[in-house]
Design a protein around this ligand. Structure first.
Ligand SMILES: Nc1ncnc2c1ncn2[C@@H]1O[C@H](COP(=O)(O)OP(=O)(O)OP(=O)(O)O)[C@@H](O)[C@H]1O
Length: 304
């Protein structure tokens, strides 16, 4: 089946520097796909090329098989990274206006806007000007304006940035509702937790290149689980049984689960009289995988 989003070898250069350097991506119809990467990784530039806002210097892209994406702009909803609504416009009118830009009639756009606001729990904000709304509400209004024309594909650039936990949840619910209706969603983020909660598949980019593409489970599976061990004995010959790289922090030993599994180590620890107080084996989080793939420089942004 033709994918909703296809990118093959996309390249974009600014001032002679390739900020996107050969990106491949395929998003099946109906999927929710995360584009992850630290600041400056090339996420926005990639999305803009996919949408036809920017022309790639090399490579090709297609949305639902259409290689000139602007031709099907009416089927796409796009939330750009830089938000912008007219501050004096009422919330309902702002949504209706965005619908009209995508080809909806005024009356239809207004009535859909009312329904969307009510569904989002913002009915009372319908007639309030944007400037009187909280940042979270305004961002929700902008997202409603992005879906009011019932697009087949939603492209959201950092949709969660600047939102508190409550508004992030509201936005997640809105996105999930779209996916439940068969809409394909592509969104960028540098906050791993969102991708982890929402997406099955992700593309992790760093320095303009794909560092990983696959399911969240695969991203985790590419890295060893972490072992956390607390022994009753503080010291002893059993310490030789710990794998190289084991480090002690806060009274617990931590190390990567070796390929041979935990049992041989455990047997040696017991024989050596270590005494096992607690032992846990945790699969790596998507955050761990992300850090391993794009470097610790990304971790600060990822954790933010
Ligand atoms: N029009 C432009 N002219 C010159 N450089 C640009 C332009 N647009 C983007 N860049 C540069 O390209 C690189 C990638 O930017 P891009 O916005 O695509 O990254 P990003 O992954 O979306 O990061 P962020 O999360 O910080 O927005 C950055 O170094 C940016 O400064």
């Amino acid at each position: 089946m033709t994918p909703a989003v296809l990118a093959e070898g996309l390249v974009k250069r600014f001032d002679g520097r390739a900020v996107v350097d050969g990106i491949d991506m395929a998003v099946p119809v109906g999927a929710i796909h995360g584009v992850l990467g630290p600041n400056g990784a090339g996420k926005t530039t990639t999305l803009r090329m996919l949408l036809g806002i920017l022309e790639p210097d090399q490579g090709r892209r297609a949305l639902f098989g259409e290689t000139a994406p602007l031709r099907i702009a009416g089927q796409i909803g796009y939330l750009p990274e830089e938000r912008g609504l007219y501050p004096a416009m009422a919330a309902r009118d702002a949504i209706a206006f965005m619908g009209a830009l995508r080809g909806l009639g005024q009356a239809e756009a207004r009535s859909r806007a009312e329904v969307l606001l009510a569904e989002a729990g913002l009915a009372e904000a319908a007639r309030r000007p944007i400037r009187a709304l909280s940042k979270g509400m305004a961002q929700t209004v902008q997202l409603l304006g992005t879906i009011v024309h019932r697009p087949r594909l939603l492209v959201l650039d950092e949709p969660f940035s600047g939102l508190d936990a409550l508004n992030q949840e509201r936005l997640e619910a809105l996105i999930r509702a779209q996916v439940a209706e068969g809409v394909t969603v592509l969104f960028s983020t540098h906050v791993i937790a969102h991708a982890e909660r929402l997406c099955e598949a992700v593309t992790i980019i760093g320095g303009g290149r794909v560092r990983f593409a696959g399911t969240v489970a695969e991203a985790r599976g590419a890295f060893p689980a972490r072992v956390r061990l607390v022994t009753r004995a503080a010291d002893g010959s059993w310490r030789a049984a710990l794998p190289r790289g084991a480090a002690r922090t806060g009274g617990a030993w931590q190390f990567d689960l070796p390929e041979g599994g935990i049992e041989p180590i455990l047997a040696a620890l017991i024989a050596g009289g270590a005494g096992i107080e607690t032992l846990s084996i945790e699969p790596p989080s998507l955050h761990d995988a992300f850090v391993a793939l794009v470097g610790t420089g990304a971790a600060a942004g990822a954790a933010a």
